[in-house]
Write a protein that binds this ligand. Structure first.
Ligand SMILES: Cc1ncc(COP(=O)(O)O)c(C=O)c1O
Length: 393
């Protein structure tokens, strides 16, 4: 009787495409571990003396394809990818913080990030936290000898306020602190924080970077290679690993990031103008000349681009829910950055904060976060027009 066990377990792994046949897309290499012909080869691979991979959690072929693209886009020296935006943020923070250290954090950040820093890192791990208005002039007064990190968002969630990255980085570096910036709303197509002195850029790549609503993942782009090992160790040792198939989906998405962002930004600008000028509503968007962030955004952002996110303040939570009920094309989705236009309310995006905490940070229950998608912009505007008419706004 023929026995198949050896062929089944040993054949089909040696792939030689030849020098002329270069794949057009990133190869999905699912191998959880790699084999070596000699013990010397394995040792050399482990010491990084020969290029190669040994164990999937330490590094993988497809993941490195995604990392190469991200590093180049943001102008960093190296990058790392993670199974979620929160994994990227927590690894970047924990790489530079230990108990007894101090972090200065922006008062307006994504709700779960607020929870991570104010509740988890502070209450459970003994890290001192100051929650600070990054837009105020008194940032310098919050530094202490043990301040190790300044954390903020380049375009804040949900207020879409624009942070002066150069000013904040200069102050932080004077005090020997690292600057970590979440640039999920901006993407490197709109803003490259490293160009303004930021040390680590983190992303929920779930959002615009992926853009297809079929992936949860995160990324960190690092200005200086010397900071890489601590962040990579957090990922590797705490096991926050992203699989090769997800990394492939990210590379697939990044190919179209620039063209997608141009459409997101152009349509967001049109919708912001319609809502603020034609409807007289309270819209926060740095593309509007009336925005207090307009001049800073023009200096800091890629020409003519202000991002795909805007904040519409309808005054009350009831108005937000009413509008959501009447919108037809635009749906209520607790996320953002996808190919369709979506809305979400701040009670959901910032549910990790209490009502009091939200109020203290200026995050109103009547605010609607609009993520402008890739539909025809006239159709997006038409949908808001009919829904606003229906609720008498
Ligand atoms: C600005 C920002 N950062 C981080 C995150 C967390 O990302 P993820 O859901 O991929 O963990 C989100 C999620 O909404 C976000 O909006």
């Amino acid at each position: 009787m023929k026995k198949f066990g050896t062929e089944l377990t040993h054949l089909g792994t040696r792939v030689d495409l030849g020098k002329q046949a270069i794949p057009k897309v990133a190869p999905i290499v699912m191998s959880g571990a790699f084999e070596f012909d000699t013990p010397e080869d394995l040792e050399a691979a482990n010491r990084d003396e020969i290029t190669g991979y040994s164990y999937g959690r330490d590094g993988s072929v497809t993941n490195d394809c995604a990392r190469d693209i991200l590093t180049a886009l943001d102008g960093g020296e190296v990058s790392e990818i993670f199974p979620s935006g929160m994994a990227a943020i927590s690894c970047a923070l924990m790489a530079f913080l230990k108990s007894g250290d101090h972090i200065i954090m922006s008062s307006v950040v994504f709700g779960t990030t607020y929870n991570l820093i104010v509740w988890q890192l502070s209450k459970r791990y003994g890290i001192e936290v100051d929650v600070v208005d990054m837009l105020a002039d008194d940032l310098e007064s919050h530094f202490k000898p043990n301040t190790k990190v300044v954390y903020l968002e380049s375009i804040s969630n949900p207020m879409v306020a624009v942070a002066d990255l150069e000013r904040i980085s200069k102050i932080a570096h004077r005090h020997g602190a690292k600057v970590i910036v979440d640039s999920t709303f901006a993407t490197p197509i709109v803003c490259r924080p490293i160009d303004f002195g930021v040390d680590i850029v983190v992303y929920s790549a779930t959002k615009f970077l992926n853009g297809h609503s079929d992936l949860i993942c995160g990324a960190a782009v690092i200005k200086d290679k010397a900071d890489f090992k601590d962040i990579a160790d957090q990922r590797r040792i705490f096991g926050r690993n992203i699989g090769p198939f997800d990394a492939f989906l990210l590379t697939r998405s990044l190919r179209t990031l620039e063209v997608r962002m141009h459409v997101h930004c152009a349509s967001a600008m049109k919708l912001a103008l319609y809502l603020s000028e034609d409807r007289g509503l309270n819209v926060l968007y740095s593309g509007l000349e009336s925005s207090p962030f307009h001049e800073l955004a023009k200096r800091q952002f890629n020409e003519g681009m202000f991002g795909g996110m805007l904040n519409l303040d309808l005054g009350t939570y009831e108005n937000v829910m009413n509008l959501a009920r009447h919108l037809k094309l635009v749906k209520l989705v607790p996320s953002l950055g996808f190919f369709t236009t979506t809305i979400s309310d701040t009670r959901t995006s910032h549910s990790s904060m209490s009502a009091d905490e939200r109020k203290k940070c200026g995050i109103g229950d009547g605010m609607l976060r609009i993520s402008v998608g890739l539909e025809n912009s006239d159709d997006i505007i038409q949908d808001f027009a009919q829904a606003l008419n229906a609720i008498g706004q």
